[in-house]
Design a protein around this ligand. Structure first.
Ligand code: M6R
Length: 615
């Protein structure tokens, strides 16, 4: 949940390099930030509670501008409130080492008691400081930083990505390690670098080494990173080329990443799907192992595990897989799945969906499914992520880096990937005929201009008017049915996470069993109403709302529903299976504009972090 960076560069100015890296990782946590650099024979630390700007301000004096080696951190608090003292980096008592950490040291209380008993005085409430003292103690005994980190980590229970620098090494080496949260290292022409996310590396080089759990790496200018296991056994970790464009990590001309990412969705559809479509054979080719006819015919059940927005894509996957491939699907919150006693078999496919590929609950659910004998497949956006490395097969979504904490384009990419998978499964199992396959594949090609029309000026100004009209409402109910029920859930999640208003998603037919009591003129009801087999049912639910004085906003293509609404956004007609991908766009925009009108911090909503790597 925190972001860490580190660099040793040929030239001065490492502080700027670290700040640029932290800026790109701020999505991972943003309640405090800090850097430690080797400067004039000492470790200099600057750290500040609050957003990165406060740290930048504290560094404008240029006092550390000659430094060439350092580490940095942006925090999402776990142990101790956000404060200058709890901000990373942390040091040992003698200031020999500085250390940044993402994760949790589970036995920190025990280790802290032991260190205190030996006379160590702590300066913060964090679990991280324990690590700094442990490493410092080893260095004081004469160990190299590399050996000191390995020896200290051998005593730690928990999960971590850490980076450390030491006064003894005079900035010539940085050491980092991972067990759980992601960490990548890279050697470029001008320096060597480490970061929690490749986003912070691709400005320097596209060739990146993804560390595995249990790896420790030593970085030194002019050579490839040395990687060993914690016990010192050397391992080969070849660099992999990352194709992401460094430009994609910027906002371009958009005021917020979220808006930029919403507008990227038509391209995301094309990138995720078009090269994989086979019009002639009415099929999909993922171009990677794990999706052959034989492998897919061996599946008799799918178990989806995911969290948040990815879970909503999982619900959509359920409708698609059951509808198009006739394979039963269960969908579980990963955080619940891991603590029930699920019954899986070798013919179950566990499908884990995640943008980051680092969500702790999703990873735990995938591991549990595998330990119970299921085959595992991931739908994931991040090459080299833990999920991709651990799943037996992966459909990589091509959303590009998603920075806004509220997930938008990754969701669309996940829905597209689920559609592709359902078509492939249906074709492999002989459930879909050649003709049906061709139609499904062609339908996807028609979607891009329809998505673009929903992002055109007229549609966007309609949405903004809806946001303005409804911004003072007491609450929001999102209703949908069938494959658009998950879109109601997703619309409500988007609104609450960035606008801080209460919103609930509900299956429209379930409303009469309770939520209908909430309806009054201060409650806005957003109804997802597409043309299709359930349109008539949705209309009657809509009538029930109107009869109780609710303010009705229809998002969809069903004209009769639109005619009954107080406000609406008309969505182009497409196949029922693909309608969620269109319907979600106005809902994302309603949430965005509502938050914007309220002047809220859209890309970094309070209390949240982009990647939830803690349980
Ligand atoms: O990286 P993941 O897709 O695994 O993340 C899952 C959720 O944490 C994520 O979708 C979260 O709900 C978003 N903030 C929603 O916008």
């Amino acid at each position: 949940m925190c972001g860490i960076v580190g660099a040793i560069q040929r030239d001065a100015g490492v502080v700027q390099t670290l700040l640029e890296g932290l800026r790109l990782l701020e999505y991972r946590g943003y309640d405090s930030a800090g850097v430690a650099v080797l400067d004039a024979g000492a470790i200099a630390i600057r750290r500040k509670a609050g957003r990165l700007e406060r740290l930048e301000l504290a560094l404008t004096d240029g006092a550390l501008s000659a430094a060439r080696a350092g580490i940095g951190h942006t925090r999402w608090a776990t142990h101790g409130p956000p404060s200058d003292e709890n901000a990373h980096p942390h040091t040992d008592a003698e200031g020999r080492v500085a250390l940044v950490h993402n994760g949790i040291v589970e036995n920190w209380a025990e280790l802290r008691a032991e260190l205190e008993a030996s006379g160590v005085r702590f300066a913060s409430d964090t679990d991280t400081e324990v690590l700094a003292h442990l490493v410092g103690r080893e260095v004081a005994r004469g160990s190299s930083l590399f050996d000191a980190v390995r020896a200290s980590l051998a005593r730690v229970r928990g999960y971590y990505a850490i980076a450390a620098l030491s006064l003894e090494e005079q900035g010539a080496r940085l050491v980092c390690a991972r067990s759980g949260p992601p960490l990548a290292v890279a050697a470029g022409p001008d320096g060597v670098y480490l970061a929690s996310d490749v986003l912070a590396l691709i400005a320097h080089t596209r060739d990146v080494v993804f560390l595995e759990d249990g790896d420790v790496a030593e970085l030194e200018l002019g050579r490839a990173p040395r990687v060993t296991r914690i016990d010192g056994t050397p391992v080969e970790r070849p660099a992999r080329r990352v194709e992401w464009d460094p430009e994609a990590a910027g906002k371009g001309s958009f005021p917020h990443f979220m808006l930029k990412e919403i507008h990227e969705q038509p391209d995301v559809l094309a990138r995720t799907a078009f090269d994989r479509l086979r019009l002639e054979s009415g099929d999909v080719d993922f171009g990677v192992p794990g999706f052959s006819d034989a492998e897919l015919r061996a599946i008799d059940r799918v178990q989806v595990v995911a969290c948040g927005t990815a879970l909503h894509a999982g619900w959509i996957a359920r409708y698609l897989i059951e509808g198009l491939a006739r394979v039963p699907v269960d969908v579980d919150y990963a955080s619940e799945f891991r603590y029930r006693e699920p019954v899986l078999s070798a013919s179950t496919l566990a499908l884990a969906i995640s943008q980051s590929g680092e969500t702790a609950d999703t990873l735990a659910a995938l591991r549990l499914a595998r330990s119970l004998g299921a085959r595992t497949t991931a739908i994931c956006n991040v090459l080299g992520s833990t999920l991709v490395r651990e799943a037996q097969a992966t459909i990589l979504t091509q959303a590009g880096p998603e920075i806004g904490v509220a997930s938008t384009k990754a969701f669309v990419a996940q829905c597209v990937a689920a559609y592709l998978f359902a078509v492939r499964l249906g074709r492999a199992r002989g459930v879909l005929s050649l003709q049906q396959g061709r139609e499904l594949v062609s339908d996807l090609r028609l979607l891009r201009p329809q998505m673009e029309s929903l992002l055109g000026e007229r549609a966007v100004s309609e949405v903004r008017a809806i946001a303005r009209q409804n911004q003072s409402q007491r609450g929001f109910l999102f209703l949908g049915r069938g494959i658009n029920y998950p879109i109601a859930l997703e619309g409500a999640l988007k609104l609450k996470e960035i606008s801080y208003v209460h919103a609930e998603g509900y299956p429209a037919g379930e409303m009469k069993h309770g939520p209908i009591a909430l309806i009054d003129p201060e409650m806005s009801i957003l109804v997802v109403a597409s043309r299709g087999p359930l349109a008539e049912k949705v209309r009657s639910n809509l009538e029930q709302v109107r009869a109780r004085g609710g303010h009705v906003i229809v998002i969809g293509s069903d004209e009769e529903s639109i005619a009954k609404s107080d406000e609406h956004v008309r969505v182009p007609v497409c196949s029922e299976w693909l309608s969620p991908i269109l319907n979600v766009i106005p809902l994302q925009l309603v949430a965005y504009h509502m938050a914007d009108l309220k002047g809220l911090d859209i890309d970094k909503p309070r209390n949240l972090a982009k990647s939830v790597t803690v349980e």
